[in-house]
Design a protein around this ligand. Structure first.
Ligand code: GDD
Ligand code: MN
Length: 420
């Protein structure tokens, strides 16, 4: 039997972060339910991501419902996506569903993070138009009317902006203003097309037509979901509406240095995916971004190897072979740790546990050893067979073996069936 509390609790979609063209329902295990279960589309779904927002959520829901009941009676839904907040926002929000029938709550326990929370909400949404607003009353709800109007007039994306007429920040310190503008400037350098298409690319308050982002796998990092929508979406017409970013009345911002790091990471990822290399990679189904990380790790291993060889050979006066073996093995350990925690992090998380990690490490060792043998064979072939210059031959051999190592590790060690 379904309890009252669960009545308005939405299942959390799992798998790819991708919005379907038509609304879809999900089963409790997160998979898309069979097509036989019809989902009735509505006009508008607004996602309200929350993390410890118990004190502001009721006011927020009340204000939004009042506005939307008037302009879109029974043609909208509010979806709170809460990441299992310690203050139990999800539970509190569920109590509100009796009073607000257009409200539903999704409680995520497996995944975390603002951007993915928003996408999971959109995946479960029934709206033809989907949107997002902060839960802490810093985004004025009444601006929604203007945003809806822009969509109605043909925009694919309507963004609430602090940097157009009528927009601003209420009382930010000079430092925060500078940081905010600095981040925008950096973005302009790395990803000019995306950053220059709106005045406030950091905005977390916007609406977008479902069809503009449907069937496109999204892959954001951190806070700035709008970058993802503009960077990967199929957006032709963008409109902006000014708003004043309000001071927080209750609770606290979750922004830390981590968000700046994530932001940079996100910019670089979008850059790689949308650049020429990324397109070429997609065509031949080669994970370019992952390979670049793997190659960087390889470079770090080279430095570790050289430094340790010096340490064992010149400082500790070990024999050259013994020094080379120690240095080589420690470089392999270095590379393994970086690859496991960075290059293949997502895949490593799917095979967790100490034993699994040890298994990956041993396999990595074997693959590296085979790589070494392959390198020596190639070097000989290029040098003796093709009479190339020894250093050029060595360079080519290293390049080929790096690709080989990467591919074998991807397919046989960290293992991915569907290349992404
Ligand atoms: N589900 C979920 N998971 N929600 C989260 C998470 C998370 O990990 N982190 C934050 N949120 C929710 C918060 O509860 C809030 O409703 C909203 O996301 C924004 O978080 P804040 O921590 O209040 O962010 P902010 O006010 O400092 O930052 C905002 O800066 C922009 C202006 O540059 C952004 O969030 C933008 O939305 C905003 O426009
Ligand atoms: Mn906020």
């Amino acid at each position: 039997m379904i309890s009252i509390q669960q009545k308005h609790q939405l299942p959390v979609p799992s798998g790819l972060l991708q919005v379907s063209r038509l609304p879809q329902s999900f089963s409790m295990d997160g998979s898309a339910a069979s097509t036989s279960s019809l989902v009735f589309p509505i006009y508008f779904s607004l996602i309200i991501p929350t993390f410890n927002e118990r004190d502001s959520i009721e006011k927020m829901v009340a204000q939004l419902s009042q506005i939307l009941d008037e302009v879109l009676p029974n043609d909208y839904e509010l979806l709170i996506v809460d990441d299992n907040s310690p203050d139990r926002t999800w539970e509190y929000a569920q109590h509100l569903t009796d009073q607000y029938p257009n409200l539903q709550v999704m409680r995520r326990q497996q995944e975390r993070g603002l951007s993915t929370a928003v996408i999971r909400g959109w995946q479960a949404a029934r709206g033809e138009v989907v949107g997002v607003i902060d839960a802490d009353l810093q985004h004025p709800p009444e601006v929604l009317l203007k945003l809806l109007e822009k969509i109605d007039r043909g925009a694919d994306l309507a963004v609430a902006s602090r940097h157009v007429e009528g927009g601003g920040v209420s009382s930010w310190s000079a430092t925060r203003r500078i940081l905010s503008r600095g981040a925008q400037l950096l973005g302009l350098m790395i990803l000019p097309r995306v950053l220059s298409s709106v005045s406030d690319p950091m905005s977390g308050y916007f609406l977008v037509k479902r069809q503009a982002i449907a069937e496109i796998p999204l892959n954001p990092v951190g806070y700035k979901i709008l970058l993802e929508v503009i960077g990967r979406g199929n957006i032709r017409q963008i409109a902006e509406v000014g708003y004043v970013f309000q001071e927080r009345e209750v609770g606290e911002s979750k922004v830390t240095w981590r968000q700046y790091k994530d932001y940079l990471h996100h910019l670089v990822r979008l850059r790689v995916d949308s650049g020429r290399l990324g397109h070429w990679g997609k065509q031949i189904n080669f994970p370019v971004g992952r390979f670049i990380r793997f190659a960087f790790v390889g470079l770090s291993g080279l430095l570790v190897d050289m430094a340790l060889l010096y340490f064992f050979y010149a400082i500790l006066s070990f024999g050259l072979t013994r020094s080379a073996i120690f240095a080589g093995e420690l470089a392999i350990v270095n590379n393994f740790l970086w690859n496991d925690r960075w290059t293949f992090k997502d895949l490593a998380q799917k095979q967790f546990g100490r034993q699994q990690t040890l298994k990956r490490f041993l396999k990595f060792n074997i693959i590296c050893l085979m790589g070494l043998i392959l390198k020596i064979l190639l070097l000989n072939l290029l040098f003796n067979g093709f009479h190339l210059n020894a250093y050029l031959a060595n360079f080519l051999a290293i390049a080929i073996v790096t690709v080989w190592n990467f591919w074998i590790n991807l397919k046989l060690n960290w293992r991915v069936t569907q290349v992404n």
